[in-house]
Design a protein around this ligand. Structure first.
Ligand SMILES: O=C(O)CCC(=O)C(=O)O
Length: 260
């Protein structure tokens, strides 16, 4: 993560990295999401999830990992990340479809929404990573982001808790772009106005020591992932003092150590 990216993420609460994915990878992921929508029964059950198949490559894509290490936590060791994949959903929204009402922003002591920056170190708490798979033109349906509201000292006033508020920023980007935002940022879904559907993967990440969403990962899907990617869905704890001192570290995924 560059100094400029850190500055912008801290200042605004969000960061866009345009054009990360190649067209072949985008096509594979879109095909998977199309199949899930139109013919899910033709997919083997272990691939019948938005986080499965070619989408799984996104969960620890090197560009995402580089940023997540800086804003959530560095690796535990060579086998395990210091952050976890807390959830994943996909959007397939046709032209004219509305989005979620504004939420988040303002003071929050809940550790899952407690954005912090101290001594030039960021802790973004629950962090959303959005992969835009189709083009987004400015103001035509990209996520609405109220820059700075992740560390506001006052609740977002009700007149600004509407998608029309002039405080909302947004972005334009080519297919395969990557948007990060901290979930305490006030944000909303906008009406999708592009001719192609909004196809996007919404990943949520936390520190490896925190969990917000209840898990529902299919173990057969996870079994096919490389070991380090599996660590994204391991149990939620840091140190086990029950058998040894120094403690056993949380650096593996398995039946005995997975998130529920
Ligand atoms: O649809 C969007 O762009 C925003 C989605 C959203 O607000 C969320 O996932 O929390």
């Amino acid at each position: 993560m560059t100094d400029e990216q850190k500055f912008l993420f801290d200042l605004n609460g969000w960061l866009l990295i345009p054009g990360v994915l190649e067209s072949e990878q985008i096509a594979l992921i879109k095909e998977h999401l199309e199949q899930l929508k139109n013919n899910p029964d033709q997919l083997e059950s272990k691939y019948r999830h938005c986080y499965a198949g070619p989408v799984a490559e996104l969960h620890d894509h090197p560009v995402a990992v580089d940023i997540l290490r800086c804003i959530l936590g560095k690796d535990i060791n060579e086998k395990a990340y210091g952050f976890r994949l807390d959830g994943c959903y996909s959007q397939y929204r046709e032209t004219g479809n509305g989005g979620l009402a504004p939420h988040g922003g303002g003071p929050n002591v809940n550790p899952n929404f407690s954005y912090q920056c101290k001594n030039q170190m960021i802790y973004s708490a629950l962090t959303r990573v959005v992969w835009e798979l189709n083009e987004v033109e400015h103001g035509k349906g990209g996520t609405l982001l109220m820059s700075g509201s992740h560390k506001a000292n006052f609740t977002v006033p009700k007149e600004h808790r509407v998608a029309e508020s002039f405080l909302f920023d947004t972005y334009s980007c080519p297919p395969g772009s990557l948007l990060f935002f901290t979930e305490n940022l006030c944000h909303a879904g906008d009406t999708w106005q592009m001719p192609d559907p909004r196809m996007a993967v919404f990943n949520a990440y936390t520190s490896h020591q925190a969990q917000f969403h209840k898990s529902s990962w299919n173990p057969e899907t996870i079994a096919e992932w490389p070991e380090k990617r599996q660590s994204l869905v391991r149990g939620v704890w840091h140190a086990d003092f029950s058998e040894s001192r120094p403690p056993k570290l949380n650096d593996w995924y398995g039946d005995d150590n997975k998130a529920y």
